[in-house]
Design a binder for this molecule. Structure first.
Ligand code: 5GP
Ligand code: 5GP
Length: 214
């Protein structure tokens, strides 16, 4: 991978929908996936160079920089939903993304701030209040899902989707076979990771393809 020098313009706070991980990966840490959005990561981001910066030359992950009190909170808000190794997951996210964030957040602050964002912006609840709840077959338009979030946070989020695995689409009616899985909801924050801002609609879900919220 490329070691990036790590300039960034803003942060993407990425929450994921665990049932989608469980469909995509054969591996899933729980018999029944969690039914609430959990943290994937806090990514310093760049308007001119998507997917950057990452893997910066910064301090390596150090478990002791996260207090036991915060660690127990992160087990709820930021679990490893794939293999169940939470610390490993935090380490990977810190080394890939946190190392590039240090001009704004040190290690303790990086995890603390992420947890606060999760606490403050409850996507699961926002969607539930708008009657957008997981369903095996019902599909939504991009705007159906974005609108209630936009109303609640007063800024535009970004939805990220994944294609449905082939095994899932074989015996489906065409309308559903043509759908994508809601995987992540991104909220964007300014350089200081404090003020919520509009996300650019860059990559994300495909236009004009219905969205399944499994
Ligand atoms: P995906 O293939 O799911 O789009 O992205 C894979 C990985 O690329 C993500 O988990 C994340 O680490 C990184 N990535 C994707 N988009 C962005 C972005 O806009 N900014 C940053 N910093 N990383 C990204
Ligand atoms: P991006 O590279 O930051 O962070 O993340 C992409 C990677 O994150 C993918 O390889 C994906 O498997 C992983 N990922 C997403 N959710 C989880 C999780 O709950 N646990 C682990 N270990 N990896 C995850």
């Amino acid at each position: 991978y490329v070691m990036s020098s790590g300039s960034y313009d803003y942060f993407q706070f990425v929450q994921q929908w665990p049932p989608t991980n469980c469909i995509l990966r054969t591996k899933c840490s729980k018999p029944r996936p969690l039914q609430n959005f959990t943290i994937h990561g806090l990514w310093p981001s760049n308007y001119s160079n998507p997917k950057m910066p990452s893997n910066c030359i910064g301090s390596r992950f150090n478990f002791t920089k996260v207090s036991p009190r915060l660690r127990s909170k992160l087990k709820i808000s930021w679990p490893d939903v794939e293999s169940g190794n939470d610390t490993k997951f935090w380490e990977g996210e810190w080394n890939k993304h946190g190392t590039c964030s240090e001009r704004t957040l040190n290690q303790m602050q990086y995890f603390q701030r992420s947890h606060e964002m999760w606490n403050f912006h409850n996507i699961t609840e926002i969607l539930r209040n708008a009657s957008i709840v997981p369903h095996a077959t019902h599909t939504w338009k991009y705007s159906d899902i974005v609108s209630p979030i936009q109303t609640a946070i007063k800024r535009t989020p970004l939805l990220r989707c994944k294609p449905r695995p082939k095994s899932q689409t074989k015996s489906q009616p065409k309308s559903q076979a043509m759908s994508q899985l809601l995987h992540e909801v991104v909220l964007c924050f300014d350089y200081d990771a404090l003020v919520i801002i509009d996300c650019n609609r860059t990559a994300g879900c495909w236009n004009n393809v219905d969205i399944l919220f499994p």
